[in-house]
Write a protein that binds this ligand. Structure first.
Ligand SMILES: O=C(O)CC1=CCC(=O)O1
Length: 261
């Protein structure tokens, strides 16, 4: 169970897959942890050297006092890459992980090969939405927000048919540290990447969810429209498309990352 300890944070990470494969970094969404990539791992570990990590404030990473910023979360990725002597890597992030990916693509371009931005947006607002959510978890705990979040993450059909999967994800959310969750909510609230997108040069794939209420397809479309030559794919899913249509998501991701390789 490796950790990177810096002066400011302890980051929990896990490496799987091919010793000599190309590096692929996976970045979790708000309120989950590195296990959120479990549905993709059987396919990914056959082709890549996969680095997963718990974003600060999540999972087994430490919970420094907030608020955090997306820039700080991006620099945590660079700290991990430096520690593991990873010069360049593919990067795939979902929702908040996608925001971290956009920031890296625009601000640390030399470290990123291909970029996959899933169920994400350059701006997720309005700020009042986040302030209300932060106040709620601070006063009532994670349990108070779980039902509404799960309803945004999965369609009603998937919630009815995939109890085990939904339960696993619900537990990740419930067990997220309230201070870490609130500090990451602030990072999402304060980020506006709409102008930064024009600076991204990495070959990019944007994956949207047709029924995603958290980051609706039009927001994902804007991300793709502002990144030169970006591709856009819409899947029949809500927010956590990598669980709801796991096989299609995995095929789309692997297809893009291995094209021409
Ligand atoms: O939690 C949500 O409702 C949606 C979300 C925004 C950023 C993220 O990672 O998830």
């Amino acid at each position: 169970m490796p950790f990177l300890d810096t002066h400011h944070v302890r980051l929990h990470y896990q490496i799987d897959g091919l010793e000599e494969g190309p590096w692929l970094i996976l970045s979790n969404s708000l309120g989950t942890q590195l296990d959120m990539w479990a549905p993709q791992m059987p396919a990914l570990r056959k082709r890549f050297r996969v680095l997963r990590y718990d974003t600060r404030g999540h999972g087994q990473s430490s919970v420094p006092p907030g608020p955090y910023t997306i820039a700080k979360l991006g620099d945590d990725v660079i700290a991990l890459m430096d520690h593991l002597q990873i010069d360049r890597a593919h990067f795939c992030g979902l929702s908040m992980g996608g925001m971290i990916g956009m920031w890296l693509g625009a601000n640390r371009a030399a470290r990123i090969n291909r970029l996959v931005l899933c169920n994400t947006a350059a701006l997720i607002g309005p700020p009042e939405l986040w302030n209300t959510r932060i106040a709620k978890v601070n006063s009532e705990g994670m349990g108070a927000i779980v039902p509404a979040v799960i309803d945004r993450w999965f369609t009603p059909e998937f919630q009815k048919s995939a109890h085990n999967e939904v339960d696993l994800v619900r537990k990740m959310l419930l067990h997220t540290h309230t201070v870490g969750y609130a500090a990451n909510c602030a990072a999402v609230r304060d980020m506006d990447l709409r102008e930064s997108l024009f600076a991204v040069r990495a070959p990019t794939l944007v994956i949207a969810g047709a029924y995603d209420a958290a980051t609706p397809p039009q927001d994902s479309r804007l991300v793709a429209d502002r990144i030169a030559h970006a591709r856009y794919v819409s899947l029949e899913a809500a927010h956590l498309s990598n669980w709801e249509v796991a096989d299609e998501f995995t095929d789309t991701l692997v297809g893009f990352l291995t094209e021409g390789a």
